[in-house]
Design a protein around this ligand. Sequence first.
Ligand code: UD2
Ligand code: MN
Length: 606
Amino acid sequence: MNLPVRKCYHAAKVTFFLILVVTILSLFEHWRGGKRSAGAQLYDPEEEYEKEILEDEARIITGLGEGGVAAHLIGEAKRLGEESEKKLAINVYLSDRIAYNRTLKDYRNPACQRVVYDAELPSASVILIFHNEPYSVVIRTIWSVLNSARRDNPWYAKANYINRETGDTMRLGYPGQDEKSPYVYLKEIILVDDNSTLPELKGKLSHYVRTRLPPDLIRILRLPDRVGLTRARLAGARYAAGDVLVFLDSHCEAQIDWLRPLLQRVKDFPHAVVVPIIDVIEASNFYYSVQDPVTFQVGGFTFMGHFTWIDVPEREKKRRGSDIAPTWSPTMAGGLFAINRAYYWELGAYDEQMAGWGGENLEMSFRIWQCGGTLETIPCSRVGHVFRSFHPYGLPAHTDTHGINTARMAEVWMDDYAELFYLHRPDLRKNPKIGDVTHRRILREKLKCKSFRWYLDNVYREKFVPVRDVFGFGRFRNAGSGRCLDSLQREGEAAALGVYACHARLQPTQHFALSLRGELRDEEKCAEVQYARNTGEMGEDVSRRVLMVTCHGKQRGQKWRYLPSRQLQHVDSGLCLSVGVGEEARARRCRRSAAQLWDIDYSELN
Ligand code: UD2
Ligand code: MN
């Protein structure tokens, strides 16, 4: 009996010993682990960011691109730069090496230097939105906004102004602004991160703002989901507290004294929505390119729903009175503009159901004009923008946001003219993808907005409207061959006018018009006979090409007559439009021939 007891006792001793060893070991492990995690706590991401930023700063090449001149690298660096541009549509490798706060030369119309602004102007909230934009380009944008707002800028030199009414001395700044604040008129910069995935736009960017920029002036709004540019701007606007919202893309550089002209105009006319002249910063070499400080373009559109640049119409040149006066613009590009904050909301902000990219710019442009505001280019304000040849960031897969957003816009603002958009996009007509626009139609009712017809007749009278300024429009069907005039989707200046089998339904390539001015045209191009002016001797078998060139509106070379015989005669050359052997239309001696007989098919648009 004894034995088992002793055995038991022995076993207990061994067990106790084992437990002791295990406990000591685990305590030791715990202690080591504790030390390890204490080490992990010492790891500081801020330190890492700081190190990276110092490395970035060491990379910058002094003087490169300074003054807005083109920057060039050589050898391997040049190749790496070109490679980055192929991938990102901007030479990011080069951008990383140009000073973040490079200066620009003064490219303004010289008359701008003599303009006197109020000392007290409304405060601005500058809203920059971005999704996966190149880090150094974003930072340069922020710097340029900050630098141009500094109180010690030479253009703010006349620091004290007398208020003519009260006789008081006034300091530059927005109402109630601390006189010592180094940034005049700038209330805040709001960075809206539309859920970027690039790591450097997260902690590192925040660190940069905290350590190198005035952090009390810059707020970063991180959106938890990717919402697209319209809703990103809306988020920024909701957050903003300034009197005036100033939107910019995140690849801009503001020109000298760009902000005051915008603020002054909005102060004087709270219903004026204003845009700077947008200069081109070249994506490959960061050249700040200004063709001519005096002439600039304003915004137009195509019925396909695209924004275009147009020359300032002659009647507008007369109305505005001076080259630097606010210039009415039928539309805006969309990315760079300033608007009174209260008015922005009153006017319906944005259509928050627009996703991705596109459409919001024409929507806002038409809405401004139709609902009683004005859209103006302010020539003394210039901002450079890097125009890219493609979107480097992905857009929501398989969704044509530009098309859908434009259809939403057309449904609300274009009345029957929406059909001209659907002519290009029949697939979107009554397409459920467009979603519901009732609330935007209610907005239009509530604001008592005018019709699209009113907009075309008053704001953009120069716009060629293929169903309005015409003798006839639709298909031009040749009696002999049964084929129709067709642009053959040839693009570029002076592409030959073609003939092609008529489509069953009216299609944009076969939508032509004979305008009241006598132009044989589509939306932007007019038919001309090649070498029409040096006619001289013309043989029986003369056969000239007919080219589609930009309409000049002056009739010379672009005038056609539709004869009672159903022939289309080019006035300058006296030749008649004929079907040729190939797919190009020809201008030939007028003769009795079915090849020269045309029926204008007044097709219903749908
Ligand atoms: C032009 C406008 C742009 C916008 C667009 C039509 C100018 C100079 N640019 O195209 O502002 O009105 O037409 O929609 O007027 N972004 C996001 N989330 C996205 C996609 C883009 O935040 O899902 C940002 C992007 O990082 C950029 C801005 O939106 O800062 C505009 O995009 P863009 O530069 O690609 O457009 P852009 O200039 O070709
Ligand atoms: Mn842009």
